[in-house]
Write a protein that binds this ligand. Structure first.
Ligand code: GLN
Length: 312
């Protein structure tokens, strides 16, 4: 589908304007102290088409940390390193219906692996599967893959957010030590968490995540260069897991109302990939009680309706 540039820009402007009031209904994340300094009024959107065209509106240049959106990246890197079968022998493919940092299933359900790679426990396991001599080499692999799939070599970590999460990330430490104690997680816990905290604090803007989503929409090929970065199969698996688990315990409602594979992060970003059509990146740090961008979801809902984007 060829999108008319003028119409698209107009549509995105009105999507921002119409949904701005919802920013007042949420709150910025504060459990990672530095995230609480985000401006709750920020709202941005960017669309990248499979022809490599980009349209944006609002605060699309404002940087934010990827947080849980990075779980999609470590999943892809782990699959490239270890193979799909191997990765999913260590982490499941099922949604949980619980919060992203929940620990309950690890103990009470008779399950020898975390439910899926989009919750914290699962992402910590996928980080442990990335190959490399040491922490720095493993994280550099995640960072350079991120730079490649965004076409943005300047992406780096936000040092303040990284240290803020590292200093307060005891719940993630609890998850990791629990999994280590049960033989689910292998390797040095501090090293694994170092990769996890660093990937969560990679700083991006709406355009960067819309480009990653466009690559996934394009079955693993970068729209702007034609280069294949992941197989069609890996791209299919990632999008499927985004549909079932990407919005945590809001994934079902999101599938009904929006119907696009998506992944959110508590930094306020949502990366949405419309198969065969486009990538969308939205940003609004005011979050709902599940930890998803409150106005971001509303913007995606309006865009999905206007452009008939639901895959269902
Ligand atoms: N870094 C965050 C954490 O581990 C990511 C969570 C999120 O974005 N939902 O708690």
């Amino acid at each position: 589908m060829i999108l008319d540039g003028v119409i698209m820009r107009g549509l995105l402007e009105s999507v921002i304007e119409n949904n701005m009031p919802y920013t007042k209904d949420g709150k910025v994340a504060s459990y990672i102290p530095l995230l609480s300094s985000a401006n709750p009024d920020h709202l941005g959107i960017c669309v990248t088409t499979l022809e490599g065209k980009e349209y944006s509106a609002g605060d699309c240049e404002v940087k934010f940390t990827m947080q849980s959106i990075s779980k999609v990246i470590s999943l892809m890197v782990a699959m490239l390193d270890k193979g799909t079968k191997n990765v999913f022998s260590r982490v499941g493919m099922e949604p949980t219906g619980d919060g992203f940092n929940s620990i309950v299933n690890l103990e009470v359900r008779n399950y020898n692996k975390p439910f899926n790679p989009m919750i914290n426990a699962g992402a910590i396991v996928t980080c442990s599967l990335i190959e490399g001599e040491n922490v720095e080499e493993k994280f550099q692999k995640v960072l350079s893959f991120t730079r490649k799939i965004t076409g943005n070599d300047s992406i780096d970590i936000n040092q303040g957010v990284y240290l803020s999460e590292k200093n307060t990330g005891d719940r993630n430490r609890a998850l990791a030590y629990f999994m280590k104690g049960n033989g689910i997680l292998q390797g040095n816990v501090d090293d694994v968490l170092e990769v996890y905290f660093k990937q969560c604090s990679m700083e991006v803007c709406c355009r960067d995540i819309s480009r990653i989503a466009a690559m996934l929409a394009n079955d693993g090929v970068l729209p702007w260069s034609g280069e294949r970065v992941i197989s069609r199969e890996v791209s299919r698996i990632v999008k499927t897991i985004m549909v079932t688990c990407g919005m945590y315990d809001e994934s079902g409602e999101f599938a009904v109302h929006i119907g696009i594979p998506a992944k959110s992060g508590v930094g306020g970003g949502i990366m949405a990939s419309v198969p065969k059509r486009m990538g969308i990146g939205v940003f609004g740090p005011s979050l709902d009680e599940k930890g998803n961008s409150i106005a971001g979801i509303k913007m995606l809902q309006e865009l999905s309706k206007e452009l008939d984007l639901s895959i269902f």
